[in-house]
Ligand binder design. Structure first.
Ligand code: KG4
Ligand code: ZN
Length: 350
């Protein structure tokens, strides 16, 4: 099989990558639209769609040139087909279909969540390769779930958030603290100078059976603490202590939920030994540390891919295309992008 081009445009990153058939990255590029959305404090779907339309051709040209590959030599073209913001999904999917038609290469509509899930199988990340089944903890701005990854197209959701996604909670608390958007990285920097024991914020669902998540109560508790300090800007140290205490609460909750998920995973698959994290929040040092500890205690190994592979990127999309093409799974050109596309309704043939 020839190299595979991957396209990611489901949210606010316009990304393209070319991988050879064995999964080696030949070229990749991620363009964040952060500066376009920052003035609005979050992603504006219409701005995102227009930005994808303007930036994608250049991103694709750049990675194809970087990889030294012509379109007709491609073994396939894969694009995130959902879930995500419909405008961006349409841009990426139509672009991929255009390449497929013009150059006669197979098209693969990739489920963005499956792309996060299969990242751990990229060559070189786990010694000997991450074998199915493994446990995935997806911790992003839009998704928060525990998934048993049992094969390509074979995923079982063990638990998910009952309200906010964990990245969303970071973003909302960061906003309360007067930090910019996206809030997670700024909050982590602020927390570095704070005392995580100063505020005893709630740990929602801690110890509860299963591995669902909830963050709205924690966010409300932070909001109440901030309000208690009145309308003036928070003193720097108070803000840092709130950030550190919030981050500690999240890390403890995630470790607890992961521990329950590992028990559930072990009941499904006694040989499962890997806990893989993905999504932007997996970049957080306190979260990684807490999860590594929980994994060790349960006899699992934590696999935390490099941050650029945890956040949205096209390498994971191209890789998922390769995994699917190897199984002969090609998508029809009338595939309609799906704003909602839960991971556990995928079938190997979809
Ligand atoms: O996976 P991602 O890049 O995009 C999607 O949501 O799909 O995740 C972005 C989320 C944002 O909510 C951002 O605030 C959060 O990940 N994030 C972090 C950190 N870096 C990114 N949260 C906590 N600590 C971080 N260092
Ligand atoms: Zn994502």
């Amino acid at each position: 099989m020839g190299p595979v081009l991957g396209i990611e445009s489901s949210c606010d990153e316009t990304a393209a990558a070319v991988l050879d058939a064995s999964g080696t990255v030949l070229a990749e590029s991620v363009l964040s639209q952060e500066s376009q959305h920052a003035p609005y404090g979050g992603v504006v779907p219409e701005i995102a769609a227009r930005a994808h339309l303007s930036f994608l051709p250049e991103q694709v040209r750049r990675v194809m040139a970087g990889a030294g590959v012509g379109f007709a030599e491609l073994g396939g073209v894969a694009a995130s087909g959902g879930p995500g913001l419909i405008g961006g999904l349409i841009v990426g999917s139509q672009f991929a279909k255009g390449i497929s038609i013009a150059h006669g290469v197979p098209y693969v509509a990739v489920n963005h969540l499956e792309a996060h899930a299969l990242t751990a199988r990229l060559p070189g990340l786990v010694a000997g390769g991450a074998e199915f089944p493994y446990l995935l903890l997806l911790l992003s701005g839009g998704h928060c779930q525990c998934v048993a990854v049992e094969g390509v197209g074979r995923h079982v959701r063990l638990g998910s958030t009952m309200d906010d996604a964990v990245g969303e909670a970071f973003d909302k608390v960061a906003k309360l603290l007067g930090l910019g958007w996206p809030g997670g990285p700024a909050l982590e920097r602020l927390a570095a100078g704070g005392d995580p024991r100063r505020y005893a914020f709630p740990r929602p669902l801690l110890g509860r059976a299963g591995c669902d998540f909830s963050f709205s109560g924690l966010k409300t508790a932070v909001a109440q603490e901030v309000t208690r300090h009145g309308v003036a800007a928070l003193p720097m140290q108070v803000a840092a202590d709130i950030a550190a205490s919030f981050q500690r609460a999240v890390a403890e909750v995630l470790a607890d939920r992961a521990a329950h998920a590992m028990t559930m995973m072990r009941n499904r698959a006694p040989d499962a030994r890997l806990l893989v994290v993905a999504g932007g929040v997996a970049a957080n040092g306190a979260v990684r540390e807490a999860l590594a500890h929980a994994a060790g205690a349960a006899g699992f190994t934590l696999v935390a891919p490099p941050v650029r592979l945890c956040t949205d990127n096209a390498v994971m999309v191209a890789w998922t295309g390769i995994e699917r093409l190897r199984l002969g799974l090609v998508s029809a050109l009338d595939f309609a992008p799906r704003p909602r596309w839960p991971l556990d309704v995928l079938s190997p043939a979809s």
